[in-house]
Design a protein around this ligand. Structure first.
Ligand code: NAD
Length: 385
């Protein structure tokens, strides 16, 4: 058994703490705000009781897990921890200030990690006394339910720390994928066109959000369409992730935020949480019985090829292995199939043809075909055979 400290007892921190305690570790959950600590305690207790009610764990186990968790509002209490995972607000200076306070409390061998979604792990490691023991451990929301965890070594991280952390998080029952420290890591980078291309199609007035959602669900087998999903995530959150990846990618037009979404955020139409987004959640839900046409096919193919192109490009730049790219998208955002597998099924030459067609039509850099696909088409290779 290890001592795991989680810093920041919000949505992510409380879930991560619960996962670690369920894996048998002693967990110190710290928040600078006592109210947040109390709230986390209540949330975790409720979650454990629900798991017990559903028969996923026994009552005894639920009690034991809760008994291994310590809820604290004094940072000093994390002293002697073997692993510290930070999950406070997404502000670089705040995180760095915190690390400077944490490091003196840790032994030489303890590992320090951040759950950041968008900040550079390498940048966060810079300034630490022992940057080689710093790493990104990126859980998905909600951490108790989501299987995937992206492991992101900083440039400074030692191979030993990376290997140990992969093993540790796997032993918590999670599936780990290894990602290069680049904007959005794997999932938040490769998923951008799911939203961005759908928004672009709507902005061009080719189709309505409802039609695009129907195409993606009906033809692709996705559980939610892009607009339903953006409304579910919250347009403010989704737009901020896009903007952050776009900025960090030096304003590459592939990731450019959409004016349509910006306007929704300005209006306060954030999605389900405000009762209105692309859809009106106060009005009775209309179920569409529209049958799928060639237009739906055209829309779905355009979104899919942009996703495939993004996945192929991530492989080209060594962001992750082919297996990890496909695993990340199926487990992290519930895609029905890995995108590289989908590329093989579509045919690599067909993928190139579809991208070149878009580029020919628009003459925009956004629609450039990844060199990965082009080289593979030339040499008649596939991703998996
Ligand atoms: N919400 C998501 O879907 C998601 C997914 C993956 C990663 N993340 C990342 O996880 C981190 C936390 O996100 P969240 O959604 O849990 O946020 P949250 O707002 O729910 O929780 C943040 C918590 O940190 C506490 N806090 C703030 N400053 C602190 C400090 N200096 N010291 C100690 N505690 C402090 C706050 O009181 C709050 O309880 C962020 O880095 C975010 O990017 C979020």
């Amino acid at each position: 058994m290890k001592r795991v400290a989680v810093i920041g007892a919000g949505a992510m921190g409380s879930g991560i703490g619960q996962v670690a305690a369920m894996a048998g570790h002693e967990v110190i959950l710290f928040d600078a705000f006592p109210n947040a600590v109390t709230k986390a305690r209540d949330t975790i207790l409720l979650s454990l009781n629900k798991l017990a009610e559903k028969g996923k764990i026994t009552d005894q186990e639920a009690k034991a897990v809760f008994g291994r968790m310590y809820f604290v509002d004094q940072l000093q209490s994390i002293e002697g921890s073997d692993l510290v995972i930070e999950a406070i607000v997404e502000i670089e200076e705040e995180k760095k200030k915190l690390f400077a306070l944490i490091e003196p409390l840790l032994s030489e061998t303890a590992v320090l990690a951040s759950n950041t979604s968008s900040l550079s792990i390498t940048g966060l490691a810079n300034g630490l006394k022992n940057p080689e023991r710093f790493i990104g451990i990126h859980f998905f929301n909600p951490p108790v339910m989501m299987k995937l965890v992206e492991i992101i070594p900083a440039l400074q991280t030692s191979d030993e720390v990376t290997g140990n952390v992969m093993k540790e998080i796997t032993s918590w029952g999670k599936t780990t994928v290894l990602a290069k420290d680049t904007p959005g890591f794997i999932v938040n980078r490769i998923a951008r066109p799911f939203y961005g291309e759908a928004l672009r199609i709507a902005e061009e007035q080719i189709a309505t959000p409802a039609m695009i959602d129907a195409a993606v669900k009906g033809l692709g087998g996705f559980k939610m369409g892009p607009f339903e999903l953006m409304d579910f995530i919250g347009n403010d959150i989704n737009e901020a992730v896009t903007r952050s990846v776009w900025t960090a990618m030096h304003f590459d037009s592939r990731y450019r935020p959409s004016q349509m979404q910006v306007n929704l955020v300005k209006a306060g139409w954030l999605g389900r949480k405000t009762g209105r987004g692309y859809y009106d959640y106060k009005a009775p839900v209309e179920t569409s019985s529209e049958s799928l046409t060639d237009e739906h096919k055209f829309i779905f193919n355009r979104i899919l090829i942009m996703l495939i192109n993004e996945a192929a490009d991530a492989l080209y730049y060594g962001i992750a292995s082919r297996e990890d790219i496909d695993m990340a998208m199926t487990l992290g955002v519930n895609y029905p199939k890995g995108l590289l597998q989908w590329a093989d099924e579509t045919g690599i030459q067909e993928c190139v043809r579809r991208m070149d067609m878009l580029y020919f039509q628009y003459h925009e850099e956004r629609y450039r075909c990844s060199m990965m696909l082009r080289k593979m088409a030339e040499t008649k290779k596939t991703f998996y055979e």
